[in-house]
Design a protein around this ligand. Sequence first.
Ligand code: TYD
Ligand code: MG
Length: 452
Amino acid sequence: MAKVKTTFFCQNCGTQYAKWQGQCNACKEWNTIVEEVIQKPEKNDWKTPTSTTKKASVPLRIKDIDVSKEPRLNTYDGEFNRVLGGGIVPGSLTLLGGEPGIGKSTLLLQISLKLPYKTLYVSGEESQKQIKMRAERVNPNNNNCYILTETKTQNIFKQIAALQPDIVIIDSIQTLHSDYIESSSGSISQIKECTTELIKFAKETATPVLLIGHITKDGHIAGPKILEHMVDTVLQFEGDRNHVFRILRAHKNRFGSTNELGIYEMQGSGLREVTNPSEILISKKDEELSGNAIAATLEGMRPLMIEVQALVSTAVYGTPQRSATGFNAKRLNMLLAVLEKRAGFRLGAKDVFLNITGGITVDDPAIDLAVVAAILSSNEDTALQKDFCFAAEVGLSGEIRPVQRVEQRILEAEKLGFSSIFVSKYNKISLKNTVIKIQLISKIEDLVGILI
Ligand code: TYD
Ligand code: MG
């Protein structure tokens, strides 16, 4: 009998070893190295659908390469198209990662039910009946979507050859297994092999493949890092499970920018595209409340108005508490120190809580000024005018710094009916005929003077 060939893989980062050891040299995790059988069976009884003799590639001048024949496939989902950079590129592999229960299966099933092309949805996680039940909630009248419950790649390719779908969706890559490798599904070598087979299939037939991937407890896509290198696009579906909003962003995109953001709302009948997020993220209230300020932020190319809430109260215990949700806590401490030093506020003996409403996390520095305004407003217990908004970064010496694409933020604020926007004096603004009042400030003291 032939000797069984095995290798050792770190299950955390995918590094390969010739023999077992306790700690992975690459990622420094303990007890993650596992032996996997990688022997290929002698008998090769299957082929990928088109693994016929392929012509060797020849170099071409860049201007001679014809791209006109490859239009992107419209997914009929505005948010998904935007994040991908205008639709799915034929022959591309897209990986969608996200926490369990966040709605990855729902999103891709919903997209396959909207498509007018022939789609094959391969599920290794749910039965055909379960998927049908989900489909009935989302969009029951579709004749182009086929469901296959199968986990063996060789069988999947057989079905693909018979059906000839225009697009293939795999839920999920961790459930697939290939006969070429003997280790169990979800192991590093299986994930690598199945992805390689799918890439070969996608590139040779120009069929786009969408993969769902599980994530590990620290938020990375489970499996080797190399998986993310192999695919063309890595999307992350995130959001607080207790909130109704879901955010889709691209971590890697070979065919577009990674700045774009898609926003969905989870409803009883699937995910609804949120085309005007600003209106939802700002609570519509009649009374003016202290501690609230609106920031004009940008997520990718899209302006987003976000409500910041602060609560400043006298510290009950010796050490004051500082906590921030959706905002970097270190940055909050820095802004508090600036306020203390430059504007003479004695916040040292106060508890400060900060919350970005809507359950989203913002890392646009333009939110700083709204954070400072919300803190000042709560500290003084006086409400800011509810049609004020802010877009500037605050520096360590209390200076108000300019932010990128300020004109786009101003126009969005005007569109949503704000009367004044506070921006840095150093921003170059060439807008004319704006109804909104643009208040230019250069120091944090100016803001204190105007607001209080
Ligand atoms: P699912 O797509 O199964 O998540 P994942 O594949 O990422 O693990 O999403 C499951 C959640 O979505 C579940 O908690 C119920 C919710 N949901 C709705 O609220 N409305 C719907 O129409 C559907 C189909 C699911
Ligand atoms: Mg799922």
